[in-house]
Ligand binder design. Sequence first.
Ligand code: ATP
Ligand code: MG
Length: 428
Amino acid sequence: MSYQRPKGTADILPGQSELWQRVETIAKTVMENYRYREIRTPLFESYDVFARSSGETSDVVSKEMYTFEDKGGRQMALRPEGTAGVVRAYVENKLYGPDHQKPYKVYYMGPMYRYERPQSGRQREFHQIGVEAFGVDSPALDAEVIALAKDLLEALGAKQLKFAINTLGDPESRAAYHQALVAFLTPFKDQLSEDSKIRLEKNPLRILDSKDKGDQAIVADAPKILDYLTPAATAHFEAVQGFLKDLGIDFEIDADMVRGLDYYNHTIFEVMSNDAVFGGGYTTVLAGGRYNGLVEELGGPETPGVGFAMGVERAMLLLSGQKVQESLPVYIVAIDSAAQGPALRLAHALRLQGVEVDMDFQGRKPKAQFKSANKDNAQLVMTLGESELQAGTIQVKNMQSGVQKEFKQAEVEADLSKLAAQLEADHE
Ligand code: ATP
Ligand code: MG
C-alpha cells in the first residue's frame, strides 16, 4: 500500500523551502516597514464566520469550502481566505478599543483551503500573505495599501505588473446600481447560465464576475457602477486615484471588476501579471479592497477596513527563475573512528557559537567525507586525525582560497570567527 498526497496539495521539500523562507522574510520586512504586525488565527472557524463575511452565494462559500461537522455537532470550515478569521479575532479581542492605535494594522501568512479544480497556480491547499488595516476610512489608506502591494511584489522580484482598480461605492451607490443591473438583466434571464439565474435573484453583482462566456457577452453592455456612485463615493474614488498619482503608481480603471467575495465596497483592486509562466493572458497575483461594514457584520462596532491577499504560489511562479545558492559554513572530517567523539564535541561547540556545521555519521572513508563537503559547498573543512588528536589541534582549510592552517582545538571551540579571519588574512 502506498499513499499519495491529496489532490491539489503540494509537498514543499528542502531545496524549495529555502525559496519559501526567502519570500516570507522579504514579505515580513516590507510589511513591517509599513507598520503591520503579525496575527495568527485558526486554520478552521465556525462555518458561519465565512458564510456571513464572504456571502452565502459567493463561489467560495457555496462551492469551494471544505466544511465538516466536528464531533460536538458544530458546523466548521477550513479557512478559504484570511480576512474573515482576522475580523472575527478583531471583534472577539476588542481590538477596536481605545487602547489601540488606528489604523490597527495586521498581516498574516499561511495556508488556505478551497475545493477547486487544480491547475498551474490553482491548488486546494494554497498560501496567502495578506494585510488588513482597521478603523480608518481615509482614501489615503487605500492608496497606502496599494503601494504596499506594489512594494511587496517588486521586492520579491516581480516585474511588469498591471494595477487595476475599481470602486463598488457605498451602500447607497450599490443599491441604486443593484436596481439598474436587475432591470437590465431581467429581459435576458432565460439566456443566463444556471448559476447566474440564481445570482439574479440573490446577488446580481456576482453575474459581472461570471466565468460563463454567454453571461460575459450579455454583461458587456450592462450599466456601469461608476454611473451610479453617490457624490461621497465618487469623491473617495477620486481621492484614491489622486494619491496613487502622488505615489507614482500607474493604474487602470476596470469598471467591470467585482471581487469574488461579497464583503467589499468602495475601492477594490487587483495586481496582474502576463508573465509567460502563466501561459498567456493576465493572471491575478494579488487582490484586495475596502470592506467597511464587515466588522459590523461579524458583531463588532461600525469599523472601516481595507486589505489585500497575495497568492504565494502565484508569486513564486514569478520567481521560479531564482534559485537560492546554498553553502555550508563548516564540514568536519573525522579521519578514523577515534576522531568521532572529538568531532561531535567540536560540532557541538561550533553550533553553540551559531555556526552551521555538518559531519559524517556513517563511518565513511575520509575521501567520501571530503566529497560530501564539496557537494554541500562547504566553506571551511576541519580535519581531525590521529596526530591532531595527540597535539590537541585541528586542520582548517578554506575551500575557496585553498589555504590550510593548523589551529588549537580549544581556540576553535572558543571562537571560530577570529580564526576564520586569520585564514583570510594569510591568503592576502
Ligand atoms: P481567482 O479568480 O483566480 O479564482 P479569487 O478571486 O478567487 O481568484 P482571491 O479570493 O481574491 O482570489 O484570493 C487572492 C489571491 O489568492 C488570488 O489573486 C490568487 O493569487 C490566490 N488564490 C486564490 N485561490 C487560489 C488557489 N485555489 N490556488 C492558488 N492561489 C489562489
Ligand atoms: Mg477563485
